[in-house]
Design a protein around this ligand. Structure first.
Ligand code: COA
Ligand code: ZN
Length: 312
């Protein structure tokens, strides 16, 4: 039996937040609609962060209001604090993706407060939401912080446990700047699945050091079925030094499909969309499969091959 995996595309949030030039609202809405047509289980549409912190996503309300809602697709949004939750609520996000870092330094850099203050604020958000909307918590820098270095598994699991106790539906374990390696991923996934068997667990990798697909492989082989990816491999936290693109959705989906996993995605459509992305952002994007074509896209043989074949 084919095993089903579920992808959340984060290009219009994680992908766009680090882009230097403002991407017009029309382009964001159109891209989300096209991602819906590709068959993603979830799309992280935008972020209800402070528009001063993330000017690219200052049009969050308008984007949420204009996208087409396809049944079976969840439209989630990043929420850093209570103000963000109020805005996400008004915009009818299907899920609130709360965020904090497991590294004190990265939390201060990104959210301008310490971890305990973030946790208390997010606990307040969970109370305010009161079960009306499912909550996911993305924990940043779980595999290492670009400023502090190692973040201990005890710290990561400590925050995970505190959120699990508050009744969240899911947790996303984020490798914010691509520091994870497959062995570390396997250990983390085994431990999380054992400790939190009833939570939806998602893995979020950045391909900063070329380990993104290897880490996805390690996670899926440990039993993880939910992944974040970003079309074209765009992305990065503007407040994490050295951040670069997420693992490319199409490269990861192409790999898992070739291995026999059921992704639910229309891959030719996804590759076409990835090809068009460079026009939207105005530069080349890192994803590889959209450039190479899928393994099913064959090239014509050179003309001299037929001659050689006859001589054999
Ligand atoms: N949405 C809109 N405005 C917000 C807001 C939100 N979620 N949170 C705060 N603000 C506004 C406040 O109203 C206030 O506005 P004013 O200056 O006009 O009075 C201003 O922002 C400062 O508010 P404050 O509570 O002091 O926030 P802050 O400046 O300490 O910023 C965060 C805290 C969390 C809001 C901000 O750092 C942030 O949005 N970070 C998100 C970073 C992010 O998304 N990173 C990438 C994803 S990992
Ligand atoms: Zn990220």
């Amino acid at each position: 039996m084919m095993k089903r995996v579920y992808f959340n595309d984060v290009v219009t949030r994680d992908g766009f937040q680090i882009e230097p030039n403002f991407i017009p609202t029309d382009d964001k809405v159109k891209l989300v609609d096209e991602l819906s047509d590709c068959g993603f289980a979830k799309i992280e549409v935008t972020s209800f962060s402070s528009p001063k912190a993330i000017p690219m996503l200052k049009d969050a309300e308008e984007v949420m209001g204009r996208i087409k809602r396809v049944s079976g697709v969840e439209y989630t949004a990043l929420v850093p604090n209570l103000r963000g939750a109020e805005r996400a609520f008004e915009s009818k996000a299907d899920e609130f993706n709360l965020v904090m870092s497991t590294s004190e330094t990265h939390n201060l850099a990104n959210l301008r407060m310490g971890r305990e203050k973030s946790f208390a604020g997010l606990a307040e958000v969970i109370k305010y939401v009161d079960g009306r909307t499912p909550i996911n918590v993305s924990l940043s820098t779980c595999f290492g912080c670009p400023m502090e270095g190692e973040v201990s598994r005890d710290v990561v699991e400590g925050f995970a446990k505190r959120f699990a106790d508050l009744g969240v539906r899911g947790l996303t374990i984020c490798d914010t700047t691509g520091m994870a390696n497959p062995e570390q991923v396997k250990k983390m996934c085994d431990s999380f699945q054992k400790q939190f068997p009833s939570l939806q667990l998602t893995l979020h990798f950045h391909n900063t050091r070329g380990m993104g697909l290897a880490n996805i492989l390690a996670a899926v082989q440990s039993g993880i079925i939910r992944f974040d990816g970003s079309l074209g491999g765009l992305g990065g936290c503007p407040y994490a030094p050295g951040a670069s693109g997420n693992v490319s959705s199409e490269d990861a989906i192409h790999m898992l499909d070739a291995m026999g996993y059921e992704t639910g995605i229309n891959i030719p459509k996804l590759l076409q969309l990835a090809k068009e992305l460079s026009q939207i952002v105005g530069h080349e994007v890192p994803g590889q499969v959209a450039k190479a074509g899928s393994t099913y896209t064959l090239h014509p043989e050179p003309s001299y091959v037929e001659e050689l074949r006859r001589q054999q």
